[in-house]
Structure formats: C-alpha cells, structure tokens
Write a protein that binds this ligand. Structure first.
Ligand SMILES: [Zn+2]
Length: 360
C-alpha cells in the first residue's frame, strides 16, 4: 500500500495462487535457519528472536510468570552437530535470572533429553558434536518473575543463523477465531522470510520494525493491506484462499519498505507495489507469477506487471536495481530519470525492449 495513512486495497486476482512447500533459506554450505516457539506470551517489545540475535544486550521477556509446563524452544530447520552451547538469562542489570531450570536437546524436535541445568542464570553444555534440531529451556517450577532470556550462543556445524532482523508477528483473529491456526502459520512464514525481504530491501542505517501486527478483519473487503507496521487481511478472502500466504508476504514487504513521511508520499504507486511483488514473485515464490500479456503490459502496470519489468531490467542491466530503487524511495529521492542513470536507457526505452522480450 502506498504510504498515506489510509488503507489502499490490494485487489488482485493474481494473489490467488497455490504455493508449493516453502523453499528453505539455507543450503548445505550456509547457516541453517531456526525459529523460536514458546508457550509464553511476549512482553511488549521483548520479542522471542531477541534471545538469538547475536546481541546480549537485548532479550526476550515473557508477559506472564512461567511454570514448569512452559518452555522456550529454538527449533532448527535441520540437524546440526552441536559443539558448545551457552545460555544467559536475566536482564542486563541482572534482574529476573532463571535460577532453577533446565536446557534440553532434541534430535528430532519431539523428544528432549536434559543437557544442562541453570546456575546463577546461566547454562552451558558441550555435547561433543551430538546432532540436534531443537534446544529447549524450561523453568523447574513456578517463577515469581517473567522468563527473561538474553542470549543463546551456539557453536555448531553447520552454524545456525542468528536473527539479523529480529521480528515477531502478533496475530489478532478476534473477528474470526477459527482462522487462528491459519494466521499463526502465515505469521511464522512472514517471520521466516523477514531476513530475506530485509536483505532485498536493505539500505544504510535502516532498521525495520520488530513487532508487526497481523489482524484478520471481517469488516475489510479487499485482500490485504499494510499501514506502518500493521497488516490487515480480509477474513472472507483468506477463508476462501488459505493457500495465498504470498499476499501476506507482499504486505510484509510494505512493512519493510516503510516509505514514511511527506517526501516519500511522492513515490509512484506502481513502483511501490511493483517492488513488493518483485520480492514476492521473484524471491519468495518464483514461478508463481503467471502469464504477462505482452500486448498490454507496461512498466507502470503496478503489482506483478511492474515486478516482471523490474526482474527483466535488473537481470539485464543491474542486479542491484531493486535495492537501489528501494533506497531512493525510502529516502524520498526517487524520480523516473534515475532509470537512465542505472541502465543507460529511459523508462520508455526499457519498456519497449521488455515488451519485445515477452513476445519472443
Ligand atoms: Zn501492496
């Protein structure tokens, strides 16, 4: 959506697409991705991923005081050989340390064996290369304070990717509680791809929102919309199209774009939407974009049409094109002439060339 304080509806038939299983971010030689699961709620901005972001000054904190049935679990995408593990709990000022609790490891994410106990808020394990797929922290009994986890430090082969862009999607399905599991699934998917989206749309000094609300509304009749760090999806649409998680990825791109302020209001809508659909259809779900009508397509056709134009132009002239356009739009410095600077050709020239390529 364009940044204007009002919701602009995304009404697009191409959002109705069936998606295959998510493509894992990691490959054999890259760090393995992980997610955090917990029985506990998140206190204000102290989101789960802050416990594994490589920064011991930030921390996860629970809303409630946990008991022995609660846990905080790092679930790793595939088994890694664990060499060393250190977990520090408690706030940087020393408050709310976990004095009595355990760390358990799991090879399959289902059965857990105790590997270490907490002492003075810290737990350490050196399990000698054992294959693990999950690390679980559990208090020994009822605590009189929240669970606060400052940092997990894990040495493994391959390594596990820390959360470079920590985020938590907070789901509100009060309009339609039966969509809770769908919304949770979509939220986890958007969290999982948040690092990828942020790498595609990064610019110097920019930090994306860390808390995003995802609300399913029965009063809203579009598909989905984003405003600031709030995403709204239509109950009616997602009930009919549960496979269209990609529409939420598109909105997540808008949250990351954060083209806020008066100057960035001048960013052309076709490009704002085109960049979001570029990330969606060329990075998140490649191959799902569907046919583009070569006779009617223009660079400023918005959404997937502009996305296809950007992909063509980036591939042929400048692999950093979208990154650069995003930076300009975020700073309020975009103008159409910039294409000539980046590619040596005007938008109209590029448009003709792209359309001709579609007819081949
Ligand atoms: Zn949009």
């Amino acid at each position: 959506m364009r940044r204007s304080g009002r919701l602009v509806f995304l009404l697009s038939v191409w959002c109705i697409s069936v998606r295959a299983e998510p493509v894992p971010i990691s490959r054999a030689d890259l760090p393995v991705a992980a997610m955090v699961e917990s029985t506990l709620g998140t206190a204000s901005k102290q989101i789960r991923q802050l416990a594994f972001d490589g920064d011991p000054t930030t921390f996860f904190a629970s809303t409630e005081n946990p008991g022995a049935a609660d846990h905080f679990t790092l679930v790793i995408d595939k088994p890694v050989s664990l060499k060393r593990l250190t977990i520090i709990t408690g706030k940087p000022n020393g408050a709310d340390k976990l004095e009595s609790g355990t760390v358990a490891l799991s090879a399959d994410g289902k059965t857990f064996d105790e590997a270490a106990k907490f002492a003075n808020g810290t737990a350490k394990a050196e399990p000698d290369g054992r294959l693990i797929q999950a690390v679980r922290i559990t208090p020994s009994g009822d605590l009189t304070h929240p669970l606060v986890i400052r940092e997990l430090t894990i040495e493994s082969e391959p390594s596990i990717a820390t959360f470079r862009y920590p985020v938590e999607f907070v789901v509100d399905v009060s309009d339609s509680p039966d969509l809770k599991s769908w919304a949770d699934k979509a939220a986890r998917e958007c969290e999982r791809y948040y690092p990828m989206i942020n790498e595609e749309l990064k610019s110097e000094g920019y930090k994306p929102p860390q808390v995003v609300t995802l609300t399913l509304s029965s009063r809203y009749n579009g598909v989905a919309a984003a405003s600031g760090s709030r995403i709204t999806g239509a109950v009616k649409f997602f009930k009919a199209h549960p496979d269209d998680v990609g529409a939420m990825i598109h909105e997540t791109c808008h949250v990351v774009q954060q083209y806020r302020g008066r100057r960035t209001n001048r960013n052309p809508g076709w490009l704002v939407e085109g960049v979001a659909d570029y990330v969606r259809f060329f990075k998140y779900e490649p191959g799902k974009i569907g046919p583009i009508n070569a006779d009617r397509a223009h660079y400023n056709g918005s959404y997937r049409v502009t996305a296809a134009f950007l992909a063509y132009t980036a591939e042929k002239y400048d692999k950093q094109l979208v990154l650069k356009l995003n930076t300009l739009m975020r700073e309020g410095n975009y103008k159409d002439e910039i294409f000539k600077e980046f590619t040596g050709k005007s938008l109209d020239e590029l448009d003709d060339e792209w359309r001709a390529s579609l007819k081949k």
